[in-house]
Design a protein around this ligand. Structure first.
Ligand code: 5GP
Length: 338
């Protein structure tokens, strides 16, 4: 684990509100829930043996959304997420979040994005022990109407020269599948065409999503997350397409999408030499920082230090970071002898 912590790494799949520091959530929860008896902040962490499945897991985000409200808190949690990542050896992170209005505190979606970007900027300015360079991906939640998706695409286009590099399709797949061609594809296509935004999609998170997967692959996303329930045919098509994948071992095992670490499809993708990035998904929920995910991959699949070093470097090649000063800095840090 110590080697994996020191290893310079790249995080490509981390939901902002799923990555809030546990102690911060508890602090905020105490402040806002005095006298009420809703579920406790501690219950957001899903541990081994927890009986919640993927769909039930989505309920935990409600607890976080309930307390992380307003620009100041959004900036703070973003800064803390990056501080924690930096302490864990992450040199570059793509954070993703769903822009929301917080009407009770007068925050609109534009202000939401500004607050998160401010957190990224503050981390950069204040980091004492190395900066985790970051970019933002705006998420579209499957449960929302297409008008919300269109709004998010507009915002991503507007902020594309200020740190927003991509768009994501997320949210409970049980609530919103079968809408790819009609709703999502045109929205993502517009973001890609108008501002060169990259697109990553949560895909094949439940059984029976083959048709959507085929449509997604035919369109050609820049990256895909999870891909736990691929039929052999779709897996082959994905291999052939060389579309990079973001693989989140603990998330998939703890939410029961995958039976065990050793049965995780990471093994097959690795064997194929398929472009991939090991990621955390939601550190708050799965209590497993990126170094631990690398250590799990190492012990489960018998990888040596040289191999995981290569994996960390290869993960960066799948990233959405534009070429330039930050890109060169990350590259130099990934290549530095550890
Ligand atoms: P936020 O977008 O509020 O910063 O992060 C929390 C949101 O990310 C959740 O409400 C959910 O929509 C999305 N999310 C987090 N983890 C997962 C996951 O494993 N699968 C999918 N599809 N969405 C997720």
């Amino acid at each position: 684990l110590d080697f994996c912590r020191r290893l310079p790494k790249v995080e490509r799949h981390a939901h902002l509100n799923g990555s809030v520091r546990q102690s911060t959530l508890q602090e905020l929860y105490k402040k806002t829930s005095e006298g009420t008896s809703t579920s406790s902040a501690a219950s957001v962490a899903i541990a081994k043996g927890d009986t919640r499945n993927l769909s039930e897991m989505f309920a935990v985000f409600g607890v976080v959304h309930h307390v992380v409200r307003g620009a100041e808190l959004l900036t703070r949690v973003t800064r803390e997420v990056l501080e924690d990542m930096s302490a864990d050896g992450v040199v570059y992170a793509e954070l993703r979040t769903t822009p929301r209005e917080h009407q009770d505190v007068g925050l609109d979606k534009r202000a939401y994005i500004e607050a998160v970007l401010q957190g990224i900027e503050e981390h950069r300015r204040l980091a004492k022990d190395g900066v985790c360079i970051a970019r933002l991906i705006l998420s579209i939640d499957r449960k929302d109407p297409v008008t919300v998706a269109e709004d998010t695409v507009n915002l991503a286009i507007e902020y594309s020269n200020r740190g927003v590099v991509g768009l994501d399709l997320c949210g409970d797949p049980a609530l919103g599948w079968g809408r790819w061609r009609q709703d999502w594809e045109p929205a993502f296509e517009r973001g890609r065409k108008q501002a060169g935004l990259k697109v990553t999609l949560h895909a094949a998170e439940m059984a029976g999503m083959d048709e959507e997967m085929a449509d997604m692959l035919a369109w050609g996303p820049d990256s895909l997350g999870h891909v736990c329930f691929l039929s052999p045919g779709e897996e082959l098509r994905l291999f052939e397409s060389r579309t990079p994948v973001e693989l989140c071992l603990s998330s998939n095992v703890l939410s029961k999408s995958v039976e065990s670490y050793s049965a995780h499809h990471f093994g097959r993708f690795l064997e194929r030499g398929h472009p991939l990035a090991i990621c955390t998904d939601d550190v708050l929920v799965f209590s497993s920082p990126l170094s631990r995910e690398y250590a799990l991959a190492m012990s489960t699949f018998g990888l040596d230090e040289a191999k995981v070093t290569d994996l960390a470097r290869d993960a960066f090649e799948t990233s959405f970071l534009e070429k330039g000063r930050d890109y060169n800095e990350v590259l130099a840090r990934l290549r530095a002898p550890s």
